[in-house]
Design a protein around this ligand. Structure first.
Ligand code: FAD
Length: 373
């Protein structure tokens, strides 16, 4: 086997590619990760890395099963990876500023079993005693104690380092142009540095996955969904909670003390510009919800492109005409959350041909109309 051959080639060193490498390595399978830039160069490096559940128990929806399994796996890995992934287990608080929303959520909460499991619904003064940094317009909040957040770079580093220790390899600065197939099997991975060969190829190129697979004749319905992010100067530890604010905004304080202020989804192709209209609107909203923000300095602005599939669910599984060419992408707003279970499922698919959790629902065949281009 030459340096250009591998049992499995993984395209992309984001959270999905590195999670696949990690779980394959746990099964004794050595992969080669090809990345055109550097670790976490895509959406993963821009992520808030909130690992959220949304409810106490999974429904039978395969997406719920994927999320709950991943949540548990990441929590375990958070205690195992070295250096630590900076896991902050403060839960999350969904804030409410609207009377109608308050009534609806209160009713749903009262009818659910969630109050038994540390979940809480708070109103009025109780919210402000619980989370003093919130501004007066927050009238109620719903607390989920199980949610946590991590440092996305550290999570990817953790997955990759553990895989490297078990014999996985990574090459940076390699741009994959296409994956060719022959007689229903992977033939070559064509890159700007020459061809690579593998028994299996996993495409984890995030929002660029459609371009990587364009010449296979399969249309992969994934769109880049931009998010603009503001990072404040570091300050003393004020909250360990993820705060979900009105209008789909959210906040976390990192282990280093900076606040990460995160944002809406915009469909502007791969335009990575920071726009003053969004940043100024966000700054106003954030400062209203958390008044202390108006005094903090912003030290960094950046954008990232969530790989959003047409139905907002991940695409995990082989291409229909080529069983050893696997797509692991399209995780949209939740790639960090789903990373561990996706990596595990891909590793099982490659080693055993089936998976512990059902992943048929994530096959690319679900977009069957007009799939072949
Ligand atoms: C602002 C923002 C906030 C977010 N917050 C959260 C959150 O709180 N929780 C959560 O779960 N998710 C969150 N997400 C979503 C999450 O970050 C993504 O779903 C996840 O990072 C996708 O990972 P990926 O590995 O599929 O893609 P990426 O991280 O984009 O990785 C793909 C990699 O492939 C490489 N690549 C692309 N094309 C090629 C090529 N031709 N050859 C070689 N390499 C290539 C890229 O350079 C990149 O490194 C957020 C995303 C954004 C943008």
């Amino acid at each position: 086997m030459t340096k250009r051959d591998a049992q499995v080639i993984i395209i992309g060193a984001g959270v999905i590619g590195t999670a696949c490498a990690y779980f394959l390595s746990r099964l004794g399978i050595k992969s080669l990760v090809l990345e055109r830039h550097y670790l976490c160069a895509g959406a993963s490096g821009a992520s808030a890395a909130l690992i959220t559940l949304g409810s106490t128990h999974p429904t039978s929806d395969p997406l719920d099963l994927l999320r709950f399994e991943s949540h548990e796996l990441i929590r375990e890995l958070g205690h195992a990876f070295d250096p630590p992934i900076e896991m902050i287990q403060g839960g999350s608080l969904y804030t409410i500023t609207d009377e109608k929303e308050n009534r609806e959520l209160r009713r749903n909460f009262d009818q659910s079993e969630e109050s038994s499991d540390g979940f809480r619904f708070m109103e009025g003064e109780e919210v402000h005693r619980f989370e003093p940094i919130l501004g007066p317009q927050v009238m109620a909040a719903y607390f989920n104690p199980k949610d946590f957040h991590v440092n996305p770079f550290r999570l990817c580093e953790g997955y990759l380092n553990a895989a490297l220790h078990r014999g996985c390899r990574v090459e940076y600065g390699i741009t994959v142009h296409e994956v060719t197939t022959k007689n229903g099997q992977v033939d070559r991975v064509v890159t700007d540095q020459g061809d690579y060969y593998a028994d299996w190829v996993v495409v984890a190129g995030g929002a660029h996955t459609p371009q990587i697979l364009a010449k296979t004749g399969i249309e992969v319905p994934i769109t880049p969904a931009r998010g603009q992010v503001i990072i404040t100067e570091p300050c003393e530890a004020m909250t360990g909670r993820v705060l979900f604010l009105p209008d789909h905004l959210y906040v976390k304080q990192t282990a280093k003390g900076n606040f990460y202020l995160g944002s809406h989804t915009e469909f502007v192709g791969f335009d990575s510009g920071i726009t003053l209209d969004k940043i100024s609107a966000y700054s106003r909203e954030f400062s209203r919800a958390v008044p202390l923000f108006s005094k903090l300095k912003a030290v960094r602005f950046f954008t990232g492109f969530r790989p959003l599939s047409a139905d907002e669910r991940p695409i995990i599984g082989p291409l229909p005409h080529c069983p050893n060419l696997i797509v692991a992408s399209g995780h949209g707003r939740n790639g960090m959350c789903y990373s561990a279970s996706t990596g595990k499922a891909v590793s099982e698919l490659i080693s055993a041909g089936n998976t512990t959790l059902p992943i048929n629902a994530f096959g690319i065949e679900r977009f069957s109309n007009g799939l072949e281009v």
